[in-house]
Design a protein around this ligand. Structure first.
Ligand SMILES: Cc1cc2nc3c(=O)[nH]c(=O)nc-3n(C[C@H](O)[C@H](O)[C@H](O)COP(=O)(O)O)c2cc1C
Length: 361
C-alpha cells in the first residue's frame, strides 16, 4: 500500500529501470545537499496548540492571483515521459484534478501547446534563458494561456550527475535534455542548453519588456540575490536549490528561506521547493514565511505509480497530512500560521539575524 510519499518513492524505484530511477532520484556529487534538504526539516520542531476550534479547515490560497486548493504546486522538471508515456500531459491532468498548478519545463517532452490543450488547471512556463530562443518561447507561453513565467537561475553551467554518467559513460548525457519546444530550426547546442553563462540580473529586468506575464525567479538562496531579483522586477521568488541536483554543499532550501523572507517578504511572494515530502514540511515552510511550496521528485513517483492518477494520489496524501498538521497546530487557515508555529534550532538563528542585518544595509 502507498501510505505516504516514501512508499511512492520505493514503489518507483522498483518499477523504473535503474537509469531512469537514478536520473530522477539523484543529486549532484555526494548528494549532501539533497540529503540536507530532508534533514533540515527534521531539525525544525512544531509547537502544537490546543482547544482553538479547528473545525472548518481550509487550504485554499492564491499564488500570483491564481487560486489553488492546497499550498503545493508542481515544480518544473524536464522529460516527464521517462516516468510515464503520457508525460507532462498526465501531470497537468493530475494537477488540475487535485486543484493545483503545474510549472512546465523548457525541457518538456510535450510542447507548450500540447500540454495547454489538455490541462484543466493553471499552468506556468519555466524558462532556461537563452538570448536566441527566449522571446519566442515567452510569446508561445502567453498565447497558449500560461499565467506566469518561472525563470530558473541556478544552472550557470551544465552539471551532469555522477549517477547518470555511470549509466552512459562521460561523453553522453542522460536523461536526454532535448526540448520538445525547440525544433530542428534551432541548433543542437540551443536545444540542449540551460541558462546562458553570461546571464545577469540586468537581462532579467529586460524580460519585463518582452512579456507582460508575472515573473517568478527560481533558484534564489540568499537575501542578497533575492533583493537583486525583486529590484530587477521579480513578482515572486522560488527559494530552491534544485533538489540538490546542481551544486552540492550548498544550504538546504528551508535554511535559506528565513533570510529571503526577511529581505523581500513584503515586496514579493515567496515559495519554496527542495525536500518537501510530508504535510508537516509544508506547515514548517509556511511558518517561516513561504506562501506555498512545490515538489519535484514526488510527482515523478506518482507518474511511475499510475500517470495522472498517481500524481493525484501523491497530492491527496499531502493534502490529508497538511490538514492533520493544521488541526494539531490549532489553525484553520494559513493566515493564522506564523513563526510561533515552529521552533527554529539555535544554530539557525545566526542566519536569520544576518539576513535582517542585510535588509538594513
Ligand atoms: C528529473 C528532474 C528534472 C528537473 N528538471 C528541471 C528543469 O527542467 N527546470 C527546473 O527549473 N528545475 C528542474 N528540476 C528541479 C525541480 O524543479 C525542483 O527544484 C526540485 O525537484 C525540488 O526538489 P524535490 O525533488 O526534493 O521536491 C528537476 C528535478 C528533477 C527531479
Amino acid at each position: 500500500v502507498l501510505l505516504n510519499l516514501f512508499d511512492y518513492e520505493a514503489n518507483a524505484e522498483r518499477a523504473l529501470p535503474p537509469r531512469v530511477w537514478d536520473a530522477i532520484a539523484g543529486g549532484a556529487k555526494d548528494e549532501i545537499t539533497t540529503r540536507r534538504n530532508r534533514l533540515a526539516f527534521h531539525e525544525l520542531l512544531l509547537r502544537p496548540r490546543r482547544l482553538r476550534n479547528v473545525d472548518g479547515r481550509s487550504q485554499a490560497t492564491t499564488v500570483l492571483g491564481e487560486t489553488i486548493s492546497l499550498p503545493v504546486m508542481l515544480s518544473p522538471a524536464g522529460v516527464h515521459n521517462i516516468a510515464h508515456p503520457d508525460g507532462e500531459k498526465a501531470t497537468a491532468i493530475g494537477a488540475g484534478r487535485a486543484g493545483t498548478l503545474l510549472m512546465l519545463s523548457t525541457f518538456s517532452s510535450f510542447t507548450i501547446e500540447e500540454v495547454a490543450a489538455v490541462a484543466t488547471g493553471p499552468l506556468w512556463f519555466q524558462l532556461y534563458y537563452q538570448r536566441d530562443t527566449a522571446e519566442s518561447l515567452l510569446r508561445r507561453a502567453a498565447s497558449a494561456g500560461y499565467k506566469a513565467i518561472v525563470i530558473t537561475v541556478d544552472v550557470p553551467v551544465a552539471s551532469p550527475k555522477e549517477r547518470d554518467l555511470r549509466h552512459t559513460g562521460p561523453t553522453r548525457t542522460w536523461p536526454p535534455v532535448d526540448s520538445a519546444n525547440l525544433d530542428e530550426t534551432q541548433s543542437d547546442q540551443q536545444r540542449h542548453a540551460y541558462q546562458e553563462a553570461q546571464l545577469t540580473f540586468g537581462e532579467l529586468a529586460d524580460l519585463k519588456s518582452v512579456t507582460s506575464l508575472p515573473l517568478v525567479i527560481k533558484g534564489i538562496m540568499t537575501a542578497e540575490d533575492a533583493r537583486d531579483a525583486v529590484d530587477a522586477g521579480a513578482d515572486a521568488i522560488l527559494v530552491s536549490n534544485h533538489g540538490g541536483r546542481v551544486f552540492d554543499g550548498s544550504l538546504s532550501s528551508i535554511e535559506a528561506l528565513p533570510e529571503v523572507v526577511a529581505a523581500v517578504g513584503t515586496r514579493a511572494e515567496i515559495y519554496l521547493d527542495s525536500g518537501i515530502r510530508r504535510g508537516t514540511d509544508v506547515i514548517k515552510a509556511l511558518a517561516l514565511g513561504a506562501r506555498a511550496v512545490s515538489v519535484g521528485r514526488p510527482f515523478f513517483y506518482g507518474l511511475a505509480a499510475g500517470g495522472a492518477d498517481g500524481v493525484v494520489g501523491v497530492l491527496e496524501i499531502l493534502r490529508a497530512e497538511i490538514d492533520s498538521a493544521m488541526a494539531n497546530c490549532g489553525v484553520t487557515s494559513f493566515d493564522q500560521i506564523d513563526a510561533s508555529v515552529v521552533r527554529v534550532p539555535d544554530h539557525w538563528i545566526e542566519t536569520v539575524t544576518r539576513a535582517q542585518a542585510a535588509t538594513l544595509r
